[in-house]
Design a protein around this ligand. Sequence first.
Ligand code: 15L
Length: 296
Amino acid sequence: MKKILVTGAAGDVGTHLRRELAGRYQLRLSDIRPIRKLEAGETFVRGDIARLADALRMTKGVDAIVHLGGFSVEGPWEAILRANIVGCYNVFEAARRNGVKRILFASSNHATGFYRRDEKIDHRVYPKPDSRYGVSKVFGEQLGSLYADKYGMEILCMRIGNVAPAPPDKRRLSNWISPRDFAQLVTIGIQNPDIRFQIVYGVSGNQRSWYDNANAQRLGYRPLDDAETYAEEVLAKEKPATDPRAERYQGGDFVSAEIGGDPSRKLPVVKKPSSRKTKRSGKRDRHPPRSGRRKS
Ligand code: 15L
């Protein structure tokens, strides 16, 4: 049975994953916080990924790593830097030194949170992070790209939406992922022999999805759940939006956090060297160009 390290295992996502993967793998759990109750097939290594020595200890002798550890929402730069930049680097570098080839990186929908909700994006779009947190996820993806190309490591970046038993609000009707669908994606990430460097969206098969998740499907992902099952209940409870920007962009309130000023003010016009005219009005397009694509 494969031995899998799950970093950040004490968090919500880690807790769902432990339950879903029980019995399928030997799980080595790590976190900066203690995990008191271990189930059969689990071991625990306490440590801080911001320390390379700890990361080396955690990653020794495993077959693959599910890297969930780090700061999981927007936060002060020092916290993001320590956990998500230094910590992420240490996990990748420790894996390389210990000969662990495969890493499943918990990226986030906030790596592309500044795409509008009326756009459908795939894994090739240029990142548009909506926060320092989002920037740190883009960093992790690009580190994965480097380690795949330079050192032959096998990296799956999962741009995770919201992992929960049910979608909590309207925004999450588009980016929710059920624990069992997340576990399916993780299992593909561990088992699929063809992964070199891939980006997928960690979302269920939601009718209101903002994502073309064809890349995940190509790797074998067949989500079982759809947030639409909960739509009526969720929309009945939904409070009116307080900020039009949070409503306009996929990242929600990660987008509007710290912008300050009048929320109804116009969005900044992005100037481009050569002016682009819209077909209908002949006026300059106010929005940034759609989907600058990642080179393959
Ligand atoms: C994330 O990346 C966060 O880790 C999680 O707490 C949620 O806020 C999620 O995104 C989301 O966008 O719903």
